[in-house]
Design a protein around this ligand. Structure first.
Ligand code: GLU
Length: 438
């Protein structure tokens, strides 16, 4: 069965970059009628928190990206210990003792000599006595011993890839303090949970090469890997530093619609156009991983705004029934109110302002040169209840009385009733005004 996973570390809020990974994996699973697992990569006890794990779930739920199962790496330390033993037995695991400073020095020397900064495996030459002496002084860390051959796979996005294992350092899988690193934990989980497809950012390509060898060493089945390009800002600038401001919860707070965001992310960076979808089924239907390219993908948060406005405008009064009732819009005028409001808001957040205007009236905006004109118009206001013809009747009468026409006639009246220079068709708005402050 097709099984995918989204594997965030609960060390912060998830952002648009993470969403891309989550969504691709989600859509692949749903399209194949398979399973989508939420895996919390929480092997770092200092940085991982329950609160971030909850926030991640909340953000995914907001978007409707539901998972079939949730797993936590911190629950699986026993398993990782077992895998470490297995690698030791197979002579694919060795203890090394260099400090970060020593490693840094080695790298600098190699670079100075024009060599790639790959770990030199000097720990492999240590005798048992030497290791015991080092152990008395500091804790050792454990490295996976790569087979020095080319590691090849057909990437779901990047095509045929081949990485020379000799150009990569033997990965550290257990730190000096005993903490398992993501690389080993992820491999064990992917094998045990039957993960068939792994889609993640292209910053993981080298990880993938080493993980393929670890999976093989542990006798597991290598999943299909695909690496999507990383997002950049609109000018192609790195987004990594700004991602903090592009957290999903900030977008939600700003009123961005889930469907607008999902529609964009399911297509951005692919050869297919971005199309606003109205349901998850449509998103699944229109998704094709093969259409994505290797080039960095430009992301502009501004593009979410028109898509959000379009999403809101496409909502029916039935969709909005409960939300409008919560705002206090009487059921009998809800359809007419929604008809006006939906065309005039950027996000759902703006609906409340239009209702406040209808319910309470707006502070009139009257320019000094229009004061007399507006006073005359006020005297000509038709009696309530107002209907769809009221605006026409009123402006007709005012025109006759004042000789004004066009913008000079309509604009001061709009401003007097709404306090704004722009807004909905006044014929539609007037019947909705429960009160005016003119
Ligand atoms: N926790 C890892 C990350 O967020 C997961 C990478 C992966 O998908 O394997 O980068």
């Amino acid at each position: 069965m097709t099984t995918t996973r989204f594997a965030p570390s609960p060390t912060g809020f998830i952002h648009v970059g993470n969403l891309r990974t989550a969504l691709f994996n989600y859509l692949i699973a749903r399209k194949a009628g398979g399973q989508f697992i939420l895996r919390l990569d929480d092997t770092d006890p200092e940085r991982s928190t329950e609160a971030y794990a909850d926030a991640i779930k909340e953000d995914l739920e907001w978007l409707g990206l539901t998972w079939d199962r949730v797993e936590k790496q911190s629950d699986r330390i026993e398993r990782y210990n077992g895998a470490a033993d297995e690698l030791r037995e197979k002579a694919r695991f060795y203890e090394a003792f260099e400090t970060p400073v020593e490693l840094d020095l080695k790298r600098k020397k190699q670079l100075n000599m024009g060599k790639p900064p790959v770990y030199d495996r000097s720990a492999l030459a240590l005798s048992e006595d030497e290791k015991a002496a080092l152990r008395a002084d500091r804790a050792g860390h454990w490295r996976f011993k790569l087979d020095l051959e080319r590691i090849e796979w057909t990437d779901g996005i990047l095509g045929d890839l081949s990485i020379d294992a000799a150009s990569v350092s033997d990965p550290v899988l257990i730190r000096g303090d005993g903490q398992f690193l993501y690389t080993l934990a992820s491999v064990c989980d992917d094998v045990d949970f039957g993960i068939t497809h792994v889609v993640r950012g292209s910053d993981h390509v080298t990880n993938t090469a080493t993980q393929i060898q670890i999976i093989q060493a542990l006798g597991g089945t290598v999943p299909t890997f695909a690496h999507h390009s990383l997002l950049t800002g609109p000018q192609g600038e790195a987004l990594s530093k700004r991602l903090g401001t592009l957290a999903l919860r900030d977008l939600r707070e700003a009123g961005i619609e889930p469907m607008a965001l999902l529609s964009m992310m399911a297509r951005l960076g692919s050869s297919d156009p971005i199309e606003l979808r109205s349901s998850m089924d449509e998103l699944v239907e229109g998704f094709d991983l093969a259409a994505f390219g290797a080039a960095p993908t430009k992301f502009d948060v501004e593009d979410l705004k028109p898509l959000t406005a379009k999403t809101v405008a496409a909502l029916s009064v039935e969709d909005m029934r409960a939300a409008l009732a919560d705002l206090g819009v009487p059921a009998d005028i809800a359809p007419a109110f929604w008809d006006v409001a939906k065309e005039n808001v950027a996000t759902r957040v703006g609906i409340a302002d239009w209702w406040a205007l209808c319910r309470d009236g707006a502070e009139p905006l009257i320019d000094a040169e229009d004061a007399e004109f507006v006073a005359t118009a006020k005297g000509l206001l038709p009696a309530t209840p107002w209907d769809g013809d009221t605006w026409k009747a009123w402006t007709g009468a005012v025109k006759e009385a004042t000789d004004r026409k066009g913008r000079g006639l309509f604009m001061p009246l709009r401003k007097a009733l709404t306090g704004m220079e722009h807004g909905p068709d006044m014929s539609k708005l007037m019947p909705l005004l429960q009160k005016i402050k003119l």
